[in-house]
Each structure stands twice: as C-alpha cells, then as structure tokens.
Design a protein around this ligand. Structure first.
Ligand code: UDP
Length: 262
C-alpha cells in the first residue's frame, strides 16, 4: 500500500502506541514533509498525538481513524517517548505541535505560502496573526476566524475561508478531537493542501496563555506547567497516569508474546 508519506517521497518509520500510529520524525523532517505536502497539490493533514489524545482515541473509532489516516502523526508529548521505550519501539525525539506550527509559519514567510488561522476565542486568532506578522514581515495571512467546531457551522465557515482567496496552510484551534474532525470534514472540499490541528497554539502566540519555558518542556514537565496555569485541566490530565499504566500493560504483553514465540 502507498501511504500518503510515500506519495510525498518520504520513508518514515511508524510505531503503534495503543492503537495509534506515531511517526518517528524530527522537527526538521516534519517541516520538510509539511513543505512537500503544501507543494503536492493534494490535501494532507498533520496530527499531533500525545498521551491525552491517544487515550481519547482509544474510546472513539472516528477519532482513531482520523489520526491513523493522517499524512503525518508527530510525537507531541514526552509520554509517547516513554511509551515507545516501554513498547520496545523507541522514538528518537519529541516534536511539539507548537514548534512545528512555528516552523511552518517561518517556511510560509520564506516561500510565500498563505496561512489561515481558524478557531480559538474571538479575537485570539487575530492577535496570534499579528504576532506572527511581527516576527515574519513577509508572511501573508489569508485570514483569521474564530468560527465554531460544530458541524452545523461548517457551511458558513467554508464560505469565510473561500472568501479569503488562496490558502496553502490552515491552522485549526478547536481543541484536540474537534479540530481534527473539522479538518477531516472540510479540508478536501476546500482543496487546502496542508491542515494542522494546533490546540492551544493561538493562545500562546497571542500572549493570552504562557507557554512552558524550554527547560520545563525539555524535562518533560510541560503538562505540569499547563496544569498550574490552567488548573481546570486536572480532569483531562487524569488521562496521563492511565496512559502510562496502559503502556506498561501493553509492553508486558508484547514481551510475553515475543518470549512465547522464541
Ligand atoms: N476551542 C475553540 N472551540 C471549541 C473548543 C476549544 O475554539 O469548541 C479553542 C480554545 O479556545 C483554545 C483551543 O481551542 O484556543 C485549544 O483548546 P485546548 O487548550 O483545550 O487545546 P488542547 O489541549 O486540546 O490542545
């Protein structure tokens, strides 16, 4: 079978983490794949699985299919790296969705790709776009729109996006699950080459929510920083210990199976 990555001329090793495909790419490789996707003339989506997303997708067939059918699934979360080691399939590095979105914005400024920012609270995508243009004077923003993740709003949102003219890259910030579903429903109809669900990235870019400092991210504690900044996340973050337990159980089962085979 030709995978979408194969069509783009890339060979990437993928691993299975609790039923979710995760691609073993670096930030540079992910950006190069994004660039090729934009130039391909087809529609490609990049997804950013982390422990919370894997746990949500285990319970949701549609979400799992949307993730596994993506062009690229970057390892966005320290938990995935730990799980890869437990499962005997280590990933090389963590690739944060925020970092990839920043790289794609830099690339877009250099190559003249037009960006559209969809989602987040009213006014936030606009602030995020201003910040990006401040960083990259040549960046062309096709438009911004808070919109709604609800399917009943799709027709209206598509009209907004069509009115913006050519869009090469679409960042969607409706939160994990909703944003990937929105992209799966609408991207191909709009003929947009590259779409990425970016979660809280517009909140970071706008300055409304602080991003964890690099040292904390490198230590794998960005989840703790987010919990301090946004304490309402505690319920969602219960997925993290559940994820680690599931990964340990799956790792033990795999070891038992391979011991049985040898
Ligand atoms: N958001 C939105 N519509 C929704 C749910 C969320 O626009 O129905 C926005 C929210 O304002 C935020 C972004 O989606 O800017 C990401 O939300 P969250 O921080 O929960 O992202 P995640 O942790 O899922 O990446």
């Amino acid at each position: 079978m030709t995978t979408p990555l194969g069509q783009l001329g890339f060979a990437v090793r993928s691993i299975d983490i609790l039923g979710i495909r995760v691609d073993d790419v670096t930030l540079d490789e992910a950006a190069a794949i994004g660039d090729a996707a934009i130039r391909s003339g087809q529609s490609h989506r990049i997804v950013t699985p982390n422990a919370e997303i894997v746990m949500a997708a285990r319970q949701d067939d549609d979400f799992r299919r949307i993730l596994n059918d993506s062009t690229l699934a970057i390892p966005d979360g320290a938990g995935l790296l730990l799980a890869g080691r437990l499962l005997g399939s280590p990933l090389r590095v963590q690739v944060a969705g925020t970092d990839l979105a920043e790289r794609i914005a830099t690339l877009s400024a250099a190559k003249g790709y037009r960006l559209f920012l969809l989602g987040a609270a009213p006014g936030i995508a606009d602030l995020a776009a201003s910040r990006l243009v401040g960083l990259h004077r040549d960046l062309e923003i096709a438009g911004t729109y808070a919109g709604s993740a609800e399917p009943v709003a799709d027709v209206d949102t598509r009209a907004r996006l069509r009115a913006a003219g050519r869009i090469d890259v679409l960042f969607v910030a409706f939160g994990a699950g909703k944003q990937e579903a929105w992209i799966a429903r609408n991207q191909a109809i709009l003929g947009i080459p590259l779409a990425i669900g970016v979660g809280g990235v517009f909140d970071f870019w706008s300055g409304r929510v602080p991003r964890a400092p690099l040292r904390i991210r490198r230590a794998g504690f960005d989840w703790l920083f987010r919990l301090v900044v946004q304490p309402w996340r505690w319920r969602r973050q219960l997925a993290l210990p559940r994820f680690m337990i599931a990964a340990v159980v799956e790792g033990l089962e795999r070891s038992r199976r391979s011991a049985g085979e040898s």
